[in-house]
Write a protein that binds this ligand. Structure first.
Ligand code: MRU
Length: 302
């Protein structure tokens, strides 16, 4: 988890494939291609939920199957990785501008996990929207969930928002409902790791609870994500693979045991928010809403 966040995982995955290719000492072109499949499979096995990783690996695989010479493939893989990086960075700028239009002057925005430049390159996704609204002169305050178990909100989001000069208040994840009911939250905005064809979205564990609480309190719930996060091959969110991580991430905080030794712990890293709880999805090609099956198809074809 040195590199995390769906778009950043995709970008790093592409670079990893390009670097892996350059390291191969092939006996032949066929041997090179065989070893390339091994490199791609190794990278694919790192994080199962983030669609951006597989989006990038599919493009890198197409390059290896281009019929070019080994030297040409190695060069083309490096170029493709840079292209994917540039496209993701550009996407964050466009979606941040579209999303900032939804953020009103004087709003308090609640966000979960980390979705800034550290997680996505460029402007970031959900944090890119918030920071862009701030740069447009809107008075925006942020409630940032600490985001147990790995504390991406406390460690990364608080840092990125402080650096951007925004007033940020760190909260524990279980405080979100209280602040919503007390009328302290004007909108919730998060990122996503994979979005199905019907609009169901997987994101950091805890996001589904926020979406249900937001609906209960009539608060708009937005997801900001590049189109590379959408997986049109999955009909609904039930098909999204959810990463199960080590229980030690729950029983320990930064190496310190916080529970009785040997206690069992669960650690699903993501959950799925059904589309009916999502007010809108902010992409680099515009903001889309229900019926997501149509709006997602249209925006992918656009
Ligand atoms: O386990 P992580 O830290 O990779 O999870 C990250 C998230 O859930 C983010 O919200 C999502 O990847 C979008 S990052 C722009």
């Amino acid at each position: 988890m040195k590199i995390r966040g769906a778009p950043a995982i995709g970008i790093a995955g592409a670079y990893a494939v390009a670097l892996g290719a350059a390291k191969i000492k092939p006996a032949s072109r066929d041997d090179f291609l065989k070893k390339m499949n091994g490199v791609i499979d190794t990278v694919a096995a790192t994080r199962p939920t983030a669609r951006n990783l597989f989006f990038a690996l599919e493009r890198m695989k197409q390059v290896t199957e281009s019929g070019k010479s080994v030297i040409q493939i190695i060069k083309a893989l490096a170029d493709e990785a840079v292209k994917i990086h540039q496209e993701e960075a550009d996407a964050t700028r466009h979606l941040s501008l579209f999303g900032a239009e939804l953020i009103k002057d004087g709003w308090t925005v609640l966000t979960h996990c980390n979705t800034g430049p550290l997680a996505a390159s460029g402007y970031g996704t959900a944090l890119g929207v918030i920071i862009t609204a701030h740069k447009q002169g809107k008075k925006v305050e942020v409630l940032a969930d600490e985001t147990r178990p790995l504390l991406q909100g406390a460690r990364l989001t608080a840092w990125e928002l402080q650096r951007a000069g925004l007033p940020v208040t760190l909260i524990t994840d279980n405080m979100a409902g209280h602040f919503m009911r007390m009328g302290k939250v004007d909108c919730v905005i998060t990122g996503a790791d994979r979005i199905a064809a019907n609009g169901d979205a997987a994101n950091k564990i805890g996001t589904y609870s926020l979406a249900v609480l937001a609906k209960e309190n009539n608060i708009p719930f937005y997801i900001a994500a590049p189109i590379s996060t959408i997986d049109p091959s999955l009909k609904t969110g039930e098909e999204i693979p959810i990463e199960e991580r080590s229980p030690e991430e729950v029983t320990h905080i930064q190496g310190a045991l916080i529970a009785p030794a040997g206690v069992a712990a669960a650690n699903p890293a993501f959950d799925v928010t059904p589309a009916r709880y999502i007010t809108a999805i902010i992409t680099e090609k515009g903001v889309i809403g229900e019926p997501y099956r149509l709006s997602i198809r249209d925006i992918i074809e656009r």
